[in-house]
Ligand binder design. Sequence first.
Ligand code: HPA
Length: 277
Amino acid sequence: MGAFEHAEEAALWLQQKTGLKPRLAIVLGTGGGDATALLEQPVRIPFGDIPYFHVPSVLSHQGQLLIGTIHGIPVACLAGRFHTYEGLPMDAIVHPIRTLGRWGVQGVILTNAAGGIHPDHQAGDLSLIRDHINLMGKNPLTGPNDARFGPRFPDMLHAYDPAWRDLAKACSSELDIPLHEGVYVGLAGPNLETPAEYAFCHRIGGDLIGMSTVPEVIAARHMGLTVGAVSVVTNVCYPPERILETTHEDVVASVEGAKERLFRFLKAWVWAIGDQV
Ligand code: HPA
């Protein structure tokens, strides 16, 4: 059985188990795990119960699928995700997105924790992702293409949907929640980058840097899903004199500090998108 059959089986399992039909998916990354404050009346399903889902090895990732509503819009929220540094193949990393795509969601909003490699960034800032640079050295579409997912050579011009980005900016102004916009550079990790690597990623056009999101965006766009993404800047990494030693606990604490703002923003964004999905 291939990745398509796996996604199809997991989607059917979710359909039979819940009887629900979410229209939109949200992926909560590092530290964003507790989605209780985001969704109304969620049904919770541990990742381990869903066919072919792995269980995250990172403690700050919860590993649950929650299905509930935001302003009446049915949303499936992946609280936790998988990373290449966990040693998992790309198929396993994008299986949750492909499952939700086969279940019928029309679009996905991804969140992540990221290093800020723009001089204007401060820890705790939110930034919309406008585009990405894949420096992971891996791609979820490597290997024979399964045309039931999408084309061999999917276009990436509008990977991060321009209309959704406009809606996000409108929400941020309305809520008075400052929002940068920038290019996310995806690396394999798990180490944080050296000062030279941060400077390199800044020079090639990056504003944000992290170890996730890119594979999920590629798989989602391959399937024709609409994508939006937002980073929480957890540590500042450019210029080099601003870099401080950073632990995973620091990153989680930074997300924790931004979470109330992040969730308020996400709820407004989902509401604004609601009519379009
Ligand atoms: N680098 C990579 N990933 C990250 C960082 C970083 O500085 N901060 C949070 N996730």
